[in-house]
Ligand binder design. Sequence first.
Ligand code: TYM
Length: 332
Amino acid sequence: SPRVLSGIQPTADSFHLGNYLGAVRQYVAMQEGYDAFYCVVDLHAITVDYQPEALRRRSRIAAAQLFAAGLDPERSTVFVQSHVREHTELAWVLICLTGMGEAGRMTQFKDKSAKSGESSAGVGLFTYPILQAADILLYQANRVPVGADQKQHLELTRDLAQRFNHRFGETFTLPEPHIVKGVEKITDLQEPTAKMSKSSSSAAGILDLLEQPGPLRKKVMRAVTDAGSEILADDENKPGVTNLLRIQSALSGTPIPELEARYAGQGYGTFKKDVAELVVETFTPIRERTEKLLANEADLDRMLAVGAARARTVAASTMAQVRDRVGFLPSL
Ligand code: TYM
């Protein structure tokens, strides 16, 4: 069966609703029909300022949330990126195939380095998308479920795969991004034209998967809505209401026009209350399962060891081919 791979960063103590709808829910769905690989990308997480203890904690929290959200360790290979050395090894080879200008055009790098100040942005941040390409190409992934913000990184990945294949012979599968319309960019509740983001959203703008029902309800009720009182999807004039409609539609499986009809003539109050309940109903069981998994670190670490062993088999086979193709001497 075709292969799927995706990665998620352990850079916060919880995933948020954007991560969940744009990525994690897709991971779970794609266990059907795909040979699935999902990795907690701790190597990516050290491209910005961080604390070692926080990274360790967050890597376990990230893995626990993936299992809690529905990844089945029997069907999916869930692992931690740094456990599979081939990621860094392939990244180096791909770095040597990437142009400075090409890497410099990555908009996420430009945004992140602008924020941290030109001189304090590390070289790791610059090479971040190339490591991401290595993650994907190592597993010969056909599909990569991601949010819209990762589109450019997927284009670079395809370019690098093609470049390698032309120069050294057919080696890598060209991956397709899997970006789901309607959930590809969930926005900040307080700033509904900006992406909901671990690094730039305020606490009031973000709904965390592991948050308690009280604060979740409060944040949805206080979400910025727009002038007027109609509940209609309109990105131009009603980005706040539109974001909430997308969230409700995705969580309930109800098409947006049906929701617009349901709330016709009603104010924002009932609508927001319904969205809040839906968020709480979705998040609560995931939070409870995450807490259970985290209460037994030894078991969680064992699940990740099994994942790493499976991932290594695939990664080692690709890397053996790469070493030979690029002209490295066999190490006897
Ligand atoms: P990260 O951890 O920043 O984000 C994880 C996933 O969540 C998606 N996402 C969103 N989707 C919709 N609306 C939002 N507001 C929102 N915010 C985040 C992201 O698009 C992403 O899919 N570079 C990747 C990590 C990575 C990776 C990989 C992904 C490393 N290696 C290999 C795919 C394949 C990232 O930004 O993760």
